[in-house]
Design a protein around this ligand. Structure first.
Ligand code: PMP
Length: 360
């Protein structure tokens, strides 16, 4: 088999060590005589997996006791609905519009009758190529929350500093940069993320919610109610047990590596190598404002659609796979999540150099 480097934006590359560990335990988890996939979610052996996952994540992200951790389903997309349903009581929710995913979050929130949605800032005027300025004083203390997307997976932008609002919780869709940027949890009221980029396989959604946000709200379905999931420790119904197990392995892998400070360093080195090449290139350009660049998702273009397609297919032949840009942006996109190795970036940059010599 040819060695491939998987630049996919998600589901994305997982750490080799995590896959090998899962393989070694696949048929017989810790002498239980069965696979994790076959275990009751109510068994003590599975509950230990869940507790270990939570403990490791608390340690990694420095999550204080007044925050609850939930492992849910429905993807980050269901959080677009659960957040406004649970956090709003005839109030206004403010959204910062920084790309395709925040647009979807806004449009889902607007469907909920008791929520008024207000756009606090937007970068749509320039194709979401930057992070807009936010007037922190324009949000009244009666607001339900302010929603941001910390990293814009498709557009390749990322908040470099967080906005702060007195008395109003900050809610973050952190799907594409959770565990690869160093955040202070105390800056947030709620964080959510789909697992399939930096946590584990698809089908698992992480929610971190501050205790005081579990308040009374309109009567909603139990499955959509954070209070029900907190009360039942993510076991109200059958969770994605294997996904939680894989997430636990992923968290433990990251802890053993030195945690978030170490991975931030590695991610900056990986993205730095690619950005540095792009900045000096006569062929490739970055469509993103330099100050707002993401270290996780890096779009780049030649400016010529046919050349972009040629680049994508020649890259694939070399084992550099899933590097085609999102259909709404075009060009190429290298997603460099935590598990993506430096050798893959070096190989990509070497190929870009060769391609530029041929076509520049
Ligand atoms: N938000 C962001 C920032 C994303 O990148 C994605 C998925 N690519 C989503 C939300 C949607 O996630 P899911 O497919 O888990 O619903």
């Amino acid at each position: 088999m040819t060695k491939t480097y998987n630049f996919s934006a998600g589901p994305a590359v997982l750490p080799q060590e995590v896959l090998e560990k899962a393989q070694s335990e696949f048929l017989n988890y810790q002498e239980s005589g069965m696979s994790v996939m076959e275990m009751s979610h109510r068994s003590s052996i599975f509950e230990n997996i869940l507790e270990d996952a939570k403990t490791a994540l608390r340690q990694l992200m420095g999550i204080p006791e007044n925050y609850h951790l939930l492992f849910l389903q429905g993807g980050a997309s269901l959080q677009f609905t659960m957040v406004p349903l649970n956090l709003t009581q005839n109030q206004t929710a403010y959204y910062v519009d920084t790309g395709s995913w925040s647009k979807k979050a806004i449009s889902e929130a607007k469907k909920i009758p008791h929520v008024t949605v207000s756009k606090l800032a937007s970068s749509e005027d320039k194709n979401f190529s930057y992070i807009p300025e936010i007037d922190e004083n324009s949000v009244p203390s009666t607001a339900a929350y302010v929603h941001i997307t910390t990293n814009n997976t498709i557009e390749g932008t990322s908040f470099q500093t967080l906005p702060h609002f007195k008395d109003v919780p900050l809610v973050a869709d952190m799907s594409s940069n959770i565990l690869s940027n160093d955040y202070d949890i105390n800056d947030f009221g709620l964080i959510y993320a789909g697992a399939q980029k930096n946590i584990g396989p698809a089908g698992l959604t992480l929610v971190i919610i501050r205790d005081d946000l579990l308040k009374d709200h309109i009567n909603i379905s139990n499955m959509l109610d954070y209070r029900i999931h907190v009360k039942n420790n993510s076991l109200y119904n059958t969770p994605n047990t294997f996904g939680i197990y894989m997430a636990k392995l992923g968290f433990e892998w990251l802890l053993a590596k030195g945690g978030i400070p170490e991975i931030v360093k590695e991610n900056k080195e990986k993205s730095g190598l690619l950005y540095d090449f792009i900045d000096h290139s006569k062929l490739f350009t970055s469509p993103v404002a330099q100050k707002d660049r993401s270290i996780n998702n890096i779009p780049f273009l030649t400016g010529n659609k046919e050349l972009d397609s040629k680049f994508v297919s020649e890259a694939e032949a070399l084992g550099l796979v899933n590097i085609k840009g999102h259909r709404s942006v075009g060009g190429m996109r290298a997603s460099l999540y935590n598990a993506f190795p430096m050798e893959g970036v070096e190989k990509l940059v070497n190929f870009m150099e060769t391609f530029e010599k041929e076509h520049g």
